[in-house]
Design a protein around this ligand. Structure first.
Ligand SMILES: [Zn+2]
Length: 517
């Protein structure tokens, strides 16, 4: 038996660190398991109470009660998924494999709770006579639809099968991500001074740092982190090394052995198709798109196909020009994928008389962050104040207080910019806490995670134009989370249609190239 957990006092669920953050210094990797179990049980008890309420269903006793239930589970989950993405290890990964199917089972049981759905359905059928404000109506409709899409209307056999499918899919999803991370973490190409022809200084520094992180001080590592892989394939004069790196990059999760994803993908596709059919959709795409603005796969194709054809034509024309450059440079090899970035850079240098490595020193990470904050201040009146010395999930992660124009605190913004082997690749925004007003309300605690190459101690981190764009883009998502002004937690910030969610971030990206910024 595990020892009893007091959710009202545990640092994972009662956040009493600096600025109201969780006190990360008191959280151990082994805490997650028992706290998850206790939080799941507490949430289940709340759900049972709502479903078993003898009073007639009302917005307060059903919809609001459901939204506010599970606070401890939300708290432990948000910290756990932050760690699983941004700073994982063997203990966290093992816990992820255990917790994913458990969570799936838990939420399936809620969606398929007949008494609970009967109460939601009662409110939904009476929605026009309830005189709801637009936000509450939207939450009610979204909740009802969520139950139906999760199988609330299936018969007993259908419910059982769907719960099993969901559980298996969540395990497969975890396995997929862990396999990719394993290949990224385990693969590195160690080089020496003589192999570095063409590489700019910022990249050599980053590769030296990456080699040292992997225990090979004095050498240089090509890793599969984009911030190293991409400039390496852009600048390396060594075609043979570019080929090795390219092949490793595209083969992530496909290298045979324990971390190979081929079977995982096949099983996922099969289960997704079965799930869609069970819920009455023609395909998994149709199920996925049903609650988005696009609605159907046909609408998506109508938009994408013409763009795809134009893009293909353009790419073919580009390749012709790159082949010409390669021939002029004396290459008699057949033009290959690992030549693309390299000659694209040469073409750009020829056309515009500058190269990326020359432009790069202008994009210091600190200046780009300042520019990001400055645009937010000018557009929305909010400002950012860094608080040093606060322990969060990793020493590289930084904490900023977000302030309204009148100086009051709006929320917190956390940012974790540098790549490391314990972090999955890519860039993302998420929340430790979403902002909302219902019940006692909560201030948003939003974070961005990036994978920029870490400079050696004392040197400034430098970003490519693409990386700076990524920073602006993810900061746009973060703003969406920080500027949110809603009552209901389930519609806070980026909890919008999948095909609306990219609008604020893409608009924000655009500001990077505005001269006044
Ligand atoms: Zn995005």
């Amino acid at each position: 038996m595990s020892k009893a957990v007091d959710l009202a006092a545990h640092p994972l669920t009662l956040w009493q660190g600096p600025l109201g953050l969780p006190d990360f210094s008191r959280i151990g990797d082994d805490d997650f398991g028992p706290v998850f179990d206790a939080a799941l049980a507490a949430h289940q008890a709340e759900i049972d109470a709502i479903a078993g309420n003898s009073e007639a269903p009302s917005v307060e006793n059903t919809l609001a009660a459901l939204e506010l239930a599970g606070e401890a589970l939300d708290h432990v989950s948000s910290i756990f998924w932050c760690r699983a993405g941004a700073h994982t290890n063997d203990t966290i990964q093992a816990m992820e494999r255990e917790v994913s199917p458990k969570m799936s089972r838990h939420f399936s049981a809620i969606s398929m709770n007949e008494k609970l759905f009967a109460r939601i359905d009662d409110l939904y059928q009476r929605r026009d006579s309830l005189k709801l404000d637009p936000e509450t109506l939207r939450v009610l409709e979204k909740t009802w639809k969520g139950f139906v899409r999760s199988g609330a209307k299936l018969d007993a056999d259908g419910k059982k099968r769907l719960a099993a499918i969901n559980e298996e899919l969540s395990s497969l999803g975890t396995q997929f991500g862990q396999n990719v991370l394993a290949d990224e973490r385990d693969w590195a190409l160690f080089l020496d001074e003589a192999d570095l022809a063409g590489l700019p200084d910022f990249l050599k520094s980053a590769m030296a740092e990456a080699a040292e992180m992997r225990g090979q001080k004095g050498r240089y590592a090509v890793t599969l982190s984009r911030s190293i892989y991409e400039p390496f394939s852009t600048f390396s004069e060594r075609r043979d090394l570019r080929e090795i790196a390219f092949k490793a990059f595209i083969m992530r999760g496909q290298n045979g052995g324990a971390s190979d994803n081929s079977d995982v993908v096949r099983d996922m596709l099969k289960l997704r198709a079965e799930k869609a059919k069970l819920l009455g959709y023609g395909s998994f795409a149709a199920l996925k798109l049903d609650d988005t603005m696009a609605k159907t796969p046909e609408a998506v194709h109508e938009l994408l196909d013409p763009v795809w054809e134009k893009a293909l034509e353009k790419a073919a024309a580009d390749q012709k020009e790159l082949e010409r450059l390669a021939a002029e440079a004396g290459s008699n090899e057949k033009f290959a994928a690992w030549d693309w970035r390299f000659y694209q850079e040469k073409l750009r240098a020829e056309k515009f008389a500058f190269d990326e490595a020359e432009l790069k020193p202008y994009l210091q990470l600190e200046r780009v962050i300042e520019a990001c904050f400055d645009v937010a201040t000018r557009l929305f009146g909010i400002s950012f104040e860094e608080k040093k010395g606060i322990t969060v999930w990793h020493p590289d992660a930084r904490v900023f207080v977000v302030k309204n124009a009148n100086g009051s605190e709006r929320g917190l913004f956390l940012a974790d910019y540098f790549a490391r082997p314990s972090k999955r690749s890519g860039a993302w925004m998420s929340a430790l806490q979403s902002g909302y007003k219902l019940g006692h309300g909560a201030k948003p605690v939003i974070y961005n995670v990036m994978n920029f190459a870490k400079p050696p101690a004392g040197e400034a981190a430098l970003l490519s134009v693409d990386e700076a764009k990524t920073l602006f883009h993810e900061f746009g998502h973060a703003l969406h989370g920080m500027l949110t002004d809603v009552t209901w937690p389930s519609v806070s910030g980026t909890s919008v249609s999948r095909d609306f969610v990219e609008l604020p971030s893409q608009l924000y990206e655009h500001w990077l190239t505005v001269p006044a910024v």
